[in-house]
Write a protein that binds this ligand. Structure first.
Ligand code: ZN
Length: 250
């Protein structure tokens, strides 16, 4: 009887152990499976996040093309001192501008032209000697444009396409003949008429709108002061400074 009980107890014990083992193995497998599932779901959620992030990035890009654009343009330079000062200020603020330079100032300060180009500014043609187009000097004017583009292109190794004709006088036939695009302006604070930077700032801020092209001259200390104040003020208002190319073609 005792033996029988012992056998039964032993049998139960063995059964328990083996059942336990089976359960343990099954549970272990389950755990493993669970782990794999979690891994898979983590991978899936990572994939979802990656898509979501990519989607977010897309929407950021889409939004970023929707910003308020504005362009600063500077004529008559480069000036050996004021242009460098202006470039320093623009660089500090992460701002690009467009410089319409004359051929005669370009050959005097090629290093400044090189710096403009390296820092992402757009360089355009403003004739060789700041010539005003008249009925009588069409050929001469054309030659000045060609000579100016040549000296700039030699420095920056890039084709010059944009031109700001001095005093805004232009002949449309040049556009096809020379493959050039004239760029006028929409805001003129007459910065060359005053040495009072605050007056210039006031004039620009008072009338500026999205997609405006502001005309200034990097040839005066007051213009440098005014231009940088304009940048600070308009950046504060949510404007982004771009080159004229982005205003004309985006
Ligand atoms: Zn000019």
């Amino acid at each position: 009887m005792q033996i029988t009980m012992k056998k039964i107890l032993a049998a139960i014990l063995i059964f328990d152990i083996s059942a336990g083992l089976l359960l343990f193995v099954a549970y272990g497998n389950k755990l493993l499976e669970k782990g794999r599932q979690e891994e898979r779901s983590q991978e899936q959620s990572r994939a979802v996040w990656a898509v979501k992030e990519a989607g977010d990035a897309d929407s950021v890009i889409a939004e970023s093309t929707d910003y308020k654009k504005i362009a600063l343009t500077f004529d008559d330079g480069p000036h050996p001192y004021y242009t460098e000062q202006l470039l320093d200020g623009l660089k500090e603020r992460g701002v690009v501008a467009t410089f319409f330079v004359t051929g005669e100032h370009t050959v005097l300060h090629p290093d400044v032209i090189k710096r403009m180009h390296e820092e992402g500014h757009l360089i355009g043609n403003h004739t060789y000697s700041h010539m005003q187009l008249t009925n009588g000097n069409k050929e001469e004017f054309k030659e000045e444009l060609i000579a100016t583009s040549e000296v700039i292109e030699e420095i920056i190794n890039e084709e010059v396409i944009y031109v700001r004709p001095p005093y805004g006088t232009w002949d449309k036939s040049f556009e096809g003949e020379l493959n050039m695009i004239p760029v006028l302006w929409s805001v003129d604070p007459l910065d060359w008429c005053t040495d009072n930077a605050a007056t210039v700032v006031e004039k620009v801020i008072g009338q500026v709108e999205e997609n405006d092209i502001i005309l200034m001259h990097d040839y005066y200390a007051s213009t440098v002061t005014a231009a940088l104040e304009i940048v600070d003020e308009l950046q504060g208002q949510g404007y982004t400074f771009v080159t004229v190319e982005e205003i004309l073609f985006d």
